[in-house]
Design a protein around this ligand. Sequence first.
Ligand code: HEM
Length: 130
Amino acid sequence: MKKELKDITNREDISLLVRTFYDKIRADQEIGFYFNEMINDWDEHLDKLTDFWEMNLFGNKFYKGNPLEAHVNVDKHFGGKIGPNEFGIWLNHWAQTLDELFEGENVDILKRRARKMGTFIYMGMFNSRS
Ligand code: HEM
């Protein structure tokens, strides 16, 4: 029988989502190394990403950062080779983690927001290469 899942309702839920997601990302054969090489302080990164998604979903103001600039830097660091395949893998892990842990309207919202943001980041990365 399928386990009953709840929707994402608070920071604790987002923290669990972010931690479970980055466990998958770090272990990924194709894109894990981008993260393992760039991120030294994982506690700080996971807190930052929890702030980010909490802001995105519930509107708090803890997140201070610039995702586009961060990804342009990552892309530069690796010689401009991040493409649609990497974004596809990222988004697959995101959707899988959401479906594994939760169920409801906020799950759909977070899938949609990540997809939109992936497009935005990718376009920005691509433009910054010229
Ligand atoms: C598809 C949608 C994606 C979303 C929504 C997303 C979101 C984010 C956010 C919000 C941050 C924190 C930025 C900051 O304030 O410093 C971040 C950092 C990072 N992202 Fe992404 N990301 C995505 C895709 C990717 C992909 C495809 C890669 C690489 C293949 C990637 C690699 C990284 C790395 C390495 C950092 C850490 C940068 C640093 O602190 O030096 N991201 N991401």
